[in-house]
Write a protein that binds this ligand. Sequence first.
Ligand code: FHN
Length: 480
Amino acid sequence: MPAKFHTAIVCTIISLTIGACVARAQQPLAAPTPDQRDARMKWWREARFGMFVHWGLYSGLAGTWDGKPVGTKGGMEWIQQRVKADTDTYAKKAIPLFKPTPDFARQWARLAREAGCRYVVFTSKHHEGFALHDSKVGDYNAGSVLHRDLVKEIVEALHAEGLKVGFYHSVIDWHHDQYAYELSKQLPHPLKGQPYPNGQRDHAKYLDYLHAQVSELMSNYGPIDVLWWDYSSQDFQGDAAWRASDLMKLVRTKQPGIIMNNRLFRIPEAGFTGMGTNAISSQLDPKYGDFITPEQHIPATGMPGVDWETCMTLNTTWGYSDHDHAWKSDETLIRNLIDIASKGGNYLLNIGPKGDGSVPAESVKSMQAIGAWMKINGESIYATTASPFAKLDWGRCTQKKLDGGSTRLYLHVFDWPKDGKLVVPGLASKPVKAVLLADGKALATSVENGGVVVSVPAEAPDKIATVIALDIEGLPKITK
Ligand code: FHN
């Protein structure tokens, strides 16, 4: 065949291939079927409990600026915005204080496993803009500054403990010189209200950077289980703000099994009714994300019909602060976990490690206390579904279907009955057996006044929450 024909054919094949790739790239990803989505969400719904980690340059500053406490409550991961520092001034002060020890990540992973967490979501980049991975895009990252890939270190440590891995990634960026903060009145920025320091900005250039770094994170660290976006406003969200649909498509193409939250958007169809952290609704079109993210609170009646996860701090700040001592009690934390599971949600509980990566002693104590309770009672949380009761005066309930068609009700008793009789009001189902979950001790049951009564010891075995496993025939029948 004459060479010129051969070349023409090869060129035709190449151009057809490129055309097909471009066409495929422009096509939206096929929407998953409900079964496909359920399969992807299964491990997350069963996990119920995850550890959040906020760690970045702000951690070394520890809530202090120019030798003075910036505050005793509220997010010290926002310190750059609270002191209104430009990125160069901020970096000069913060970078020398950010000195991760060699084994910091293993400490986090061990603590998460000890606590009974099944997944860990950590900040690959927070609003300050400093990326924890060895990025080839830009120079404000752990690779360029510390010559380490901290994301790699953390992912390997989490996998070594059998934990699922999540990246929190901030679309807000207080470092990048093309991030056009004037496009939003509602999103925070340290220089808000001031003209751009170096003349007009091209936000599209920031978006190219954002997408390139997300592509690195989705390509270079193996299977990633969660992408926790943060955050959008009503006046700056979605495709206009972040090229969100392209970003989600990039992620799902590289990580088909990944689970993402809804925070690239801030519209009613994505589960938002306003700007407050509790301005949320149980309306989520899956094209905007897989779960809704109530923050620092537990929805009173859960969020029926959608997947949801409450994220919460142990004190009042996400990033470490030397000055925040408002630690929640073990009772509050354990009962929060139970309350959330009884409403069918997940609990993402935050630690804020220090600049060297070490975990504050108070946080270790809290997570280990939860772990001690989970070691005995974890089956009443993992892979359970929401309570069949609207309300129980003495505590909460979760449930699990058993082989053979019966149901196990896990009765989490906060207020122990003084008369030795735990009344489960309105439960019309026939009780089969009841035991104390901690030691399997059998408890007598009776049917009285349209409910089930469980005879219990005089003293509560666990003052925070004693769990009774009550097996009933079939599915729960509740009469009131
Ligand atoms: O501004 C952030 C905040 O620092 C923290 O990361 C929380 C965690 O959910 N998200 C944003 C506030 O909603």
